[in-house]
Design a protein around this ligand. Sequence first.
Ligand code: 13P
Length: 252
Amino acid sequence: MSELWIGTSWKMTKTLAEARAWTSGLVEALDGAAPDGVQPFVIPSFTATTTVRGILGEDSPVLLGVQNAHWEDAGAWTGEVSVPQAKDAGAELVEIGHSERREHFGETVETTRLKVAAALRHDLTPLLCIGEDAQVKEAGGSSAFILEQAAGALEGLSERELARVVIAYEPIWAIGEKGRPATTAELREPFAELGRVYGDRAAGLLYGGSVNLGNAEDLLGIEHVTGLFVGRTAWDLEGYLELLRIGARAAR
Ligand code: 13P
């Protein structure tokens, strides 16, 4: 089996002091190496990218990402950050299409496609997020919806490019304070479908949405799941370290 990706986006949380404390604690706990079979990653706010990179160092076993990046390399795009800028600040991953960006900031299938291409063009790993809302789920359309979102964002990629893309399935109804944890039974079919289309072709198929210390092991046991993308539970370093331990056990 390939490595299990266990990572967190801090979303819009953490001051620089908090970012430093979390990252320094992680570096100390890892002592130079990720647990066997686990690929850790962390995605801070833009403002903390260079700070976190500085603490991780250059050859860190922890991949560093940004939560968004523009598809153009440079230009008059006030308030945006480009992939080359993110790379310059030390990022290796670019998160693309999180549902919060789709809902509040006009991210569309078309912009996710452009951003995936931009990340690949600059040798960064795209972390493409897909997921349906409660209405789509209730109508029984989850798998069709997420396959369409993924296909739209990944359209036109060669197999070699697709092999560098990590896909995170994050059902909107399961994310954040208003979400409810998904059951493994609910996730089996969407992952069977994602696995059928992308299992052997993409770099990973992660699950995200209300992952906690009580459900992480079961979620990693779902067929085709190759990692977890975590918000709240991992913002506290102790929570993240425990998730890494759970990942290491699952990878054995
Ligand atoms: P929570 O783990 O806080 O539900 O957030 C998940 C998420 O959106 C990760 O990108």
